[in-house]
Write a protein that binds this ligand. Structure first.
Ligand code: ARG
Length: 280
């Protein structure tokens, strides 16, 4: 009897050892919900700046403005993938950066460029969309801007969004101009159309999108930029969340969802359904 219990004990020890070894080798999948701590338990809290069609904007549905755009569709996809309830908080773009840096939100989806300067205060997912940068003016002024050097004159008022990499581009390529920081991209569009700005630096997909609704706009120059593409901003230091978001982004790119989100957003964001363009 004694012998039996000795063997049993040894067997049990072996099983436990094997179980421990297995634990060490195979970390739980990043998408396992229990692994991920979020700002509000059970929820995915996401900051966005809905002045940026087709990434994020307000579309009118049955008379009420509703958040739309491919970033919003991707946010929902990520939340579903992680089994979390999505909570999107709209704010100005510099607010998205501040909230991420302060850890007040889990994610920022706002056409964010993974600018190395931002990496001290937030993490970034893999790129989910390849964009580009443009200099934009109105049709009547299009001839004045043949090269980026033409934008660099003291007589010009040149707009860019507060906190954005477009502000860096304005400082880099038009340092002699009067650079006007504006809170919303929709303000920039309104001021261009109203003749208060001579030009502006805007993400190409956004500039082309608004040019479809406002044919007076002219997207005249391509602007070189090193860190091209958009990534999800992730609250700094949450490794499990970052890994899970990367898994979700990879899946959205692989299963055709991202392409469908982009097509739907482009379709939805042109024409009269854009809400609040000129009153910001
Ligand atoms: N890609 C630029 C940046 O990260 C501009 C993003 C602006 N986004 C927005 N939703 N307004 O600085």
């Amino acid at each position: 009897m004694k012998k039996v219990s000795k063997y049993l004990c040894m067997l049990l020890c072996l099983v436990m050892l094997l179980a421990l070894a297995a634990c060490g080798k195979q970390a739980a999948p990043a998408s396992a919900k229990a692994e991920i701590s979020t700002v509000v338990p059970g929820k995915l809290t996401v900051a966005t700046s809905p002045d940026f069609a087709p990434y994020e904007f307000y579309a009118v549905e049955d008379g009420t403005p509703k958040l739309a755009g491919f970033d919003m569709a991707l946010a929902q996809y990520i939340a579903d993938y992680l089994g979390l309830e999505l909570d999107v908080i709209p704010m100005d773009f510099d607010g998205v950066l501040n909230e991420l840096a302060a850890g007040g939100v889990d994610l920022g989806l706002a056409g964010l460029s993974p600018d190395p300067k931002r990496m001290e205060s937030m993490d970034f997912s893999e790129i989910y969309y390849q964009g580009g940068q443009s200099f934009v003016t109105v049709k009547a002024s299009a001839d004045k801007f043949k090269t980026l050097e033409d934008t660099n004159k003291a007589e010009y008022a040149i707009g860019a969004q507060n906190g954005s990499i477009q502000m860096d581009l304005a400082n880099q390529y038009s340092p002699d101009a009067d650079i006007v920081p504006l809170v919303k991209v929709t303000d920039i569009i309104a001021e261009l159309l109203g003749g208060k700005l001579d030009g502006a630096y805007i993400e190409t997909a956004v500039a082309e999108n608004y040019a479809k609704s406002y044919p007076d706009l002219a997207v005249v120059l391509e602007v070189p930029y090193d860190t091209e593409g958009s990534a999800v901003g992730v609250k700094k230091g949450n490794e499990a969340l970052l890994a899970a978001v990367n898994e979700a982004v990879k899946a959205a790119l692989a299963d055709g969802s991202m392409d469908a989100f982009i097509a739907a957003a482009n379709e939805q964001s042109t024409g009269e359904i854009i809400e609040g363009l000129l009153d910001g």
